[in-house]
Design a protein around this ligand. Sequence first.
Ligand SMILES: [Zn+2]
Length: 295
Amino acid sequence: MPEGNEIHRWAERHAAAFAGRPVRVDGPQGRFTDSDVLDGRKLLRVMAVGKHLGYDFGKDRILHIHLGLQGDFTEGSGPLKEVRGALRLRMWNAAKVKRPAVPGVSKRHAWYSSDDGTGHLRPEEIAWVELRGPMDCSIYTNAKWDELLKRLGPDPLNGDSPDRAIAKIAKSRKAIGILLMEQDVIAGIGNIYRAELLHRARLSPFTPGKDVPVATLRNIWKDAGPLMRAGMVDRRIVTTLRKDRMKKVAKAQIDDEHYVYRRNGKDCRICAVAVKKLEGFAGRNLFWCPGCQAG
Ligand SMILES: [Zn+2]
């Protein structure tokens, strides 16, 4: 599932591509039937909070998208492509599609790989976007968007204060490894950042929230913002410091990107104890090092 870094990246790219102009919208698959209330309207801005995207078309119309586990965008330049597969929504710039500035290119976006398929297009070159398989694609009123914001915890990528998150964690008996995944505690952290942030803090994922020192929580928050921002820019999630990599090069190799995520059975980069995996911890596999993260 895409984490906050990727959602914020889409918001930034789609704002650069479409905001400030009228945008064409349709729902070729027939499952998004409200496209006509957006089609041809000016897109004012694109908002991102946690794992939610909001395309603000003004007049109390916000297109809400949550990608969920399966959802993904494909971006392209040049003419629209033939409609294929379960295409929930398309958004395009009519002039750019008719008179492409660059020859049409697009690549199927592949989430979480060293080339995620978006590197070939600068945001201002994007003429169209296709959305497939989202968990939600629907129109929100401003009030409904505000309710969502109230329900979600602070987002490390939005310059929010961590105080609400810290207060919630400090009251909870639930394990910190579960709390970090709860979007009403902190918005935008998913399975990779959960595992990596806890390892970087040398904190056991099983520690009850109320037993984690507030200073440690503040440090995790401070660590999360820059790490997630780097994930937005790099189009990959790299959490290792250069000194902890097998190959001490500036650009981490694929097998050097993480401390614990999907490294079960391998030696911890710090203490050489074998990294462990536990299935279904807050619904997802948990990875941690019993050596560094004993307490
Ligand atoms: Zn370790």
